[in-house]
Design a protein around this ligand. Sequence first.
Ligand SMILES: Nc1ncnc2c1ncn2[C@@H]1O[C@H](COP(=O)(O)OP(=O)(O)OP(=O)(O)O)[C@@H](O)[C@H]1O
Length: 275
Amino acid sequence: MSGNPYQDDRGNRDLSITNPKGIGEIDGTRKSGAARPAPGGPFLIGEAMTGGYGRGADILHGCTIAVEKGQIAVIVGPNGAGKSTAMKAVFGMLDLRAGHVRLDGEDITALTPQARVAKGMAFVPQTNNIFTSLTVQENLEMGAFLRDDDFRGTMEQVFELFPILRDKRRQPAGELSGGQRQQVAVGRALMTRPKVLMLDEPTAGVSPIVMDELFDRIIEVARTGISILMVEQNARQALEIADKGYVLVQGGNAFAGTGKELLADAEVRRSFLGG
Ligand SMILES: Nc1ncnc2c1ncn2[C@@H]1O[C@H](COP(=O)(O)OP(=O)(O)OP(=O)(O)O)[C@@H](O)[C@H]1O
């Protein structure tokens, strides 16, 4: 897959590689240089997030993750770095001890996940992200449960994006292949007509070809103006389509930059991309 189609005309928001101490650059407090943040800050930002599960030790330590409208931000890093935890924190599944989450300028830190869905956020977790005993179409209808308008147009868009789902719409989702199930999960999230689509390892367990196809579809979704925030194990491929990449290590930001910058950075390559 080639580079990201958005990078050229949005280059002025892209930030150079930063170290944890330079993290202020990510949230738009950059003090010098040409890059200026969008007025009001990023569309979605989890800023300086610190917290963990229940009464356990903190997993996130001042972690910052952001995505602009219609862009793709990718979180990569070693196993256990806290990538999924950062996603859960942005979605409100974690009580933060410090830090904020802002969507379109509004502080949503105190909102429940359900309230965030109503605000336009959709989250596709890593596992158990479909109803296996329901048909494909029923899964998509479940995605529209918060809507009281006619959602057939949205379902049509999902079928256009993932034609195989139309063919299999009457089949129980549990009978589908891994890649097709992921399409159901993404399709179900899209049924809410989200402004932000959060994906935790959407390509887990699928073949390289299926991964490429899924990434192409994700680019298409971003082109419609939806922001994509995703965690990926396939770091190199994901960074290729990323407007913005974050490398998390031990719950904190180790590197951030455009996908291209991270792919070109010698240390990032050596430490996180297998050379
Ligand atoms: N529900 C939970 N309760 C308590 N601790 C958890 C929970 N989920 C994750 N953790 C812990 O949080 C830390 C970070 O896990 P997390 O799943 O966020 O990492 P990750 O970067 O997504 O890893 P991976 O790449 O392996 O999926 C780990 O030490 C993990 O054991």
